[in-house]
Write a new protein. Structure first.
Length: 201
């Protein structure tokens, strides 16, 4: 029987942010994924992991392939470090991310040895002291599930930054046209997102 993971408040907030972003989404928003091959090298003495892969960045109908090579204390730290390096010039949140919790849950088993059990990885992160969001992924590979959660995290925060910029432009337009009804709705969406992330400086 598959255990049910109870939704956290940070799960509900992440869903709320995803829905807010979807309201304003256009072809400038991004989709992130990794290429098929991911090379990990572990030094068990220094406990350092090096990751080599291709980051696929899709936006405005174009796909950019970004070679990544980065080291860190474990594959998650190595990938996060690489992602921050790629996006830090364009997105302020990258320098303010805090990992609050990282956990792994076993979901179910098919063999007596239970060595093939799929797992769920959960990242709970926050930008500075703002409300945290959860990102979950499932796989029989802990590494794959972890990396998927990292990609979800960066993709949502990047698109939240784009949404904030877009909503601000819309509000300026609504103010000029005396559309108080639309201005108020947009202000509500803006306030919700600001509770979880920050403006680009």
């Amino acid at each position: 029987m598959t255990p049910t993971l109870k939704p956290l408040h940070s799960d509900l907030l992440r869903q709320e942010m995803t829905e807010a972003v979807s309201k304003y989404k256009d072809d400038s928003f991004v989709r992130l994924s990794l290429g098929r091959e991911v090379k990990l090298t572990e030094d068990i003495v220094s406990q350092e992991t090096t990751i080599e892969c291709i980051l696929q960045h899709e936006s405005q109908g174009a796909k950019n392939l970004i070679p990544i090579k980065s080291s860190g204390h474990g594959p998650v730290n190595a990938l996060c470090s690489a992602m921050i390096e790629v996006f830090k010039k364009d997105y302020t949140f990258t320098s303010k991310l805090n990992l609050i919790e990282f956990k792994i849950d076993t979901l179910r088993t098919r063999t007596r040895l239970r060595t093939d059990a799929p797992v769920s990885t959960t990242f709970i992160v926050a930008v500075e002291n703002r409300s945290p969001l959860s990102f979950r992924s499932e796989s029989t590979s802990i590494v794959e599930a972890s990396m998927s959660s990292v990609l979800q995290m960066f993709e949502l925060y990047i698109n939240m930054s784009k949404t904030l910029d877009k909503v601000q432009r819309l509000m300026d337009d609504y103010a000029k046209r005396n559309r108080g009804d639309l201005y108020t709705k947009s202000m509500s969406d803006l306030a919700r997102m600001i509770s979880c992330t920050c403006y680009n400086s």
